[in-house]
Design a protein. Structure first.
Length: 120
C-alpha cells in the first residue's frame, strides 16, 4: 500500500519551474561574487592606507621627540628595533593582505605599502 496520499487538485512544482528558480539563483550569485570581491579589495586598501597614516604619525612623533628620524633601512628593522613600539604606537601594524609588504624608505622617512599590484 502506498503511504503517500494525494488530494484532489494537489500539484507539485514542474521541472521547468524548478529550473527557472535555479537559473535566477545562479544569476544572483554571479552578480554577488564580483561585488563581494571588489568590496573586500577596497576594504584591504583602506585598511592599508589607515595603517600608513598611523605609521607616518608615529614616525613624525618620533622625530618631534628625538629630533631625528629612525636610522634603519627596512620596515622590519624599524619594528624589530622597537623604535616605534610601544612608545609611539601600541603594536606594529601588519598588512591586511597576506601578500602585501610595508617598506620603509630612509631617504624620505616614509612607509609605503604594496598590495595586489597597487602602491600606497
Amino acid at each position: 500500500m502506498n503511504s503517500v496520499r494525494k488530494f484532489k487538485g494537489e500539484k507539485g512544482f514542474t521541472l521547468v519551474e524548478l529550473m527557472v528558480v535555479i537559473l535566477i539563483i545562479g544569476i544572483l550569485v554571479g552578480i554577488a561574487i564580483p561585488v563581494y570581491n571588489q568590496a573586500q579589495a577596497k576594504a584591504k586598501a583602506n585598511a592599508c592606507k589607515a595603517n600608513l597614516r598611523t605609521l607616518d604619525g608615529a614616525i613624525q612623533t618620533y622625530n618631534a621627540t628625538t629630533g631625528d628620524y629612525p636610522d634603519v633601512e627596512t620596515y622590519t628593522d624599524l619594528v624589530a628595533n622597537d623604535m616605534l613600539v610601544p612608545d609611539y604606537i601600541k603594536i606594529a601594524p601588519k598588512c591586511p593582505d597576506s601578500a602585501g609588504i610595508y617598506t620603509y624608505t630612509n631617504a624620505t622617512h616614509s612607509v609605503t605599502c604594496s598590495v595586489s599590484g597597487h602602491n600606497y
